[in-house]
Design a protein around this ligand. Structure first.
Ligand code: EPU
Length: 337
């Protein structure tokens, strides 16, 4: 039986640095431990929620149920290019592991905070890559049928920061492991360095290699994004909104420097939310305990002692202002518990 802690402080388990407590907290290493914890939840009628890195999370107060925290941290090579990582592996440790072994596919996703178990839920992405590009299978525990399920990538309904785990399987599935199909770094390997100034940064380091891409991405992120140990934050607070192409064209004629990205679907375009918030005048904004990061307007920060309510109030103000100025409704990327 796993140890269940009572009245557990969550401050160290969310990168926003919010004070919150859970009625109960337990760690699980594998499916058997998870099964017994879910049975305990059923018996006691406790709600449950998984917190791994807590890097995309706003904790609004006391959680009345059981917080489950994955600790399984094995990385194994199932086949020469198929890597299996348990949910409790720190994401960037997996990226480092693969780059050290000359296996490509994850290098653009360097230095993203969080654990492997969250990667398919969010379909984490950066610098032109997304987790879905390499995920082959996701293993999860079905808390209704109390059994492990292996879902192939094509059944995960992956989209931009979206998946089946945020949709129909929300509140039902707990990711326990993920398998990634990687590509050996050899002659002909296609490095994905077209995004922003990544190409120039990699060239400065001596040209494309997995470790140079990893170093360049890590350096760019460190320059732009605040260190949660200094200013609590959850990375991008908002998603980049997808809008009709006609609306994007009209906006672009008024604002020629508006950054637009293809969505892969005709008739819709993705707009840089950071640009919209910046242009609306919020970059570097500070009010009491909360603010907007001075180097990246997409990131809200805890200036010290902020509450979830203060952060959400600031985000509501930004959403309303961007809507009135550009006619675009921003939606949150962070999870609110
Ligand atoms: N921009 C501004 N002002 C700002 C911020 C951005 O004008 O304050 C402009 C930039 O100049 C650029 C464009 O907006 O032209 C896009 O900015 P950036 O390249 O910094 O990327 P992003 O769209 O703001 C997304 C992801 C990040 C990811 C980066 C790099 C989302 C919501 N965010 O940010 O992901 O690291 O691209 O690929 O998709 C995260 O999800 O937590 C995250 C940090």
């Amino acid at each position: 039986m796993n140890k269940i802690s009572e009245n557990y402080a969550l401050l160290a388990h969310n990168t926003f640095g919010l004070e919150a407590r859970a009625a109960h907290w337990a760690e699980f290493r594998d499916t058997e431990e998870l099964r017994s914890l879910i049975e305990t939840c059923r018996t006691n009628r406790w709600p449950w929620y998984v917190v791994s890195g807590g890097s995309n999370l706003i904790l609004t107060g006391h959680f009345p149920g059981l917080i489950l925290h994955p600790t399984g941290s094995r990385i194994t090579l199932v086949e020469p290019t198929l890597v299996r990582a348990e949910a409790g592996v720190v994401w960037d440790d997996l990226v480092a592991w693969s780059v050290e072994r000359g296996l490509g596919g994850l290098e653009n996703l360097s230095a993203i905070p969080g654990y492997v178990g969250a990667a398919p839920v969010q379909n984490i992405g950066a610098y032109g890559s997304e987790a879905k590009d390499t995920i082959e299978t996701v293993e999860y525990f079905d808390t209704e049928r109390l059994e492990t399920v292996r879902l192939s990538s094509s059944s995960c309904a992956f989209g931009y920061r979206e998946s089946i785990f945020k949709g129909p399987l929300r509140g039902r599935a707990i990711v326990t492991a993920v398998e990634f199909r990687l590509t050996p770094e050899q002659e002909g390997y296609t490095y994905n360095i077209r995004y922003g100034d990544l190409h120039d940064r990699v060239t400065l380091l001596g040209g494309p290699s997995l470790s140079h891409v990893r170093s360049a991405v890590t350096a760019i992120r460190n320059e732009k994004l605040p260190d949660p140990a200094v200013s609590g934050n959850a990375g991008s607070f908002f998603k980049n909104p997808v809008i009709p192409a006609a609306q994007a064209e009209a906006l672009k004629s008024q604002h020629p420097d508006l950054p637009l990205y293809p969505t892969g679907e005709k008739g819709s375009v993705k707009v840089a939310a950071g640009w919209l918030i910046d242009r609306a005048g919020w970059k570097g904004f500070r009010s009491g305990t909360v603010g907007v990061h001075p180097r990246q307007a997409l990131v809200l920060i805890n200036l010290g002692g902020a509450t979830a309510q203060e952060i959400l109030q600031l985000s509501d103000q930004i959403i309303a202002d961007v809507e009135s100025k550009f006619g675009i409704l921003l939606s949150k990327e962070v999870n609110v518990l």
